[in-house]
Ligand binder design. Sequence first.
Ligand SMILES: Nc1ncnc2c1ncn2[C@@H]1O[C@H](COP(=O)(O)OP(=O)(O)OP(=O)(O)O)[C@@H](O)[C@H]1O
Ligand SMILES: [Mg+2]
Length: 458
Amino acid sequence: MSHKILFIDDEINSLKTISAILKKHNYTVITAQTVEEGIVQLRKHKPNCILLDYRLPGMDGIEMLRWLKQENITLPVIMLTAYGTIEKAVEAMKLGAFHYLVKPVDPDLLLETIREAILKHETFSYQPNISHKFPEIIAKSQAMKEIFYIIDMVADTSSNVLITGESGTGKELVARAIHRLSKRKDRSFIVVDCTTIPENLLESELFGYEKGAFTGATDKKIGLLELANGGTVFFDEIGELPISLQKKFLRFLQEKEIQRLGSINKIKVDVRVIAATNRDLEKAVKEGTFREDLYWRLNVVRIHLPPLRERKEDIPLLVQHFVQKFAQENNRPIPTLEPEVMEVLINYEWPGNVRELIHVVERAVILSTSGVISFKHLPKRLLGQKGEKEILPTDTFNLLEMEKTLILKALNETGWNQTKAAQLLGISRKQLRTKMKNHGLLPVSSIKDEEEDEEEAS
Ligand SMILES: Nc1ncnc2c1ncn2[C@@H]1O[C@H](COP(=O)(O)OP(=O)(O)OP(=O)(O)O)[C@@H](O)[C@H]1O
Ligand SMILES: [Mg+2]
């Protein structure tokens, strides 16, 4: 049975051309020229998806979104407009639109978006428990369960995925899960961290170059995108991709072809792109530091990881999991938690999210030798009213102590994001890590973890 699409637009030309494309791809199209007429058709035909023009005579697209919301109708809506402005798009998305496309619409992008919208909607209507598919992601909250569905649904497609969320919420973990559940799982998963590769090297790192392409190119080099052929490339901190490279990157996403620097040959590459950011990309678009067209290309499937403080149900499960893990790793019996300790852990705001929780639990397991974890094994910032006051030494002039305090302050302020903390302190990330190591602020396991990460990224 073909899916039904309700298409509301007042421009006859647009109605005709887009309907023709949809019909060619086996969709049943119901059209309307006003929202009012669209609502009548909606009740009569029960479509699977709505394509909605933004500017309409009478009620406009935004008003229709409000109406749908009011009526509790959860159909996926894709907004279309001739006047692409990010403000309108954000408003539409906030009102629950699935996606926002600028006219003239690229037919491939439109079809891809419709497919995702319908798939997502159908999957949500029927939700068996699929947590067992994600043994590495510890979670039981409704928000995370919905994320499991999205991962499960998109893993096997080739759609680009944009993962957003604060630092330490598990963006990379989710990206790896998508790769693991895809047909590409036996091919490579390459991490490109846009913050650690210097801007002038990024282009040649990504696209590669021919011998003699520039002074110093003594041999040819295969770029990361070509190396990843058949696999997945994870662009971490995509918001930091220099504007000078964004156009070229967009072209790559559209054509799925690369050209090594200094070469005229185009090479087809089949890679799945997953991008992540903890920055507000919509804001970056508004400010002109991120291309809008690239944003919409990447944003076909969006996974937003809510901060841990908005899914507190996950905290006890995470704590138990990591208590057990670190006890086993350290050959200790599994300690129990005093009930008040769990209460503190649940009530804490977790600016560094799951990453911070893991650090706190590891520290507590190591410090507690009696088999019970109590208040004294928790860092002061979890107990005090104002963490900041507590860690500022009032009577020390010891330089090393002061340094440690400042580092902790910077880490706390940035949710334990080392890149940002280093920026705040005016030192390199590497210098920061060395200092953290000297002050005993890096758990051994994380040093190992991150070194592996860095190897993969390089
Ligand atoms: N739900 C979870 N279950 C188990 N481990 C988790 C979960 N969420 C995050 N983690 C762990 O927390 C750490 C941080 O996660 P990850 O690196 O994926 O975060 P991120 O969102 O990419 O952070 P950043 O923006 O700082 O790069 C990792 O060690 C990851 O394995
Ligand atoms: Mg990350």
